[in-house]
Design a protein around this ligand. Structure first.
Ligand SMILES: [Zn+2]
Length: 69
């Protein structure tokens, strides 16, 4: 039989030590959200979303913003 040191089968979670589990999960990270700047007002916006500051998307007004405030 071939000598394999790799675990090729499912391991019960109680058999995996806290350290092993934590070491594996050190690579699980959330990434920062992608951002771009609004061409009209220069505010930081998420791509493919309407700008919250001026209410425009692709240079077109989508949401009417009140000027009174
Ligand atoms: Zn804007």
């Amino acid at each position: 039989m071939l000598k394999l040191d790799i675990q090729l089968f499912a391991v019960p979670f109680r058999k995996t030590s806290k350290t092993t589990k934590r070491m594996r999960r050190t690579h699980y990270k959330i990434s920062e959200n992608a951002t771009s700047t609004c061409p009209k007002c220069g505010a930081t916006v998420r791509p493919h979303r309407v700008c919250k500051e001026c209410g425009t998307y692709k240079g077109r007004e989508v949401i009417k913003k009140e000027e009174a405030e």
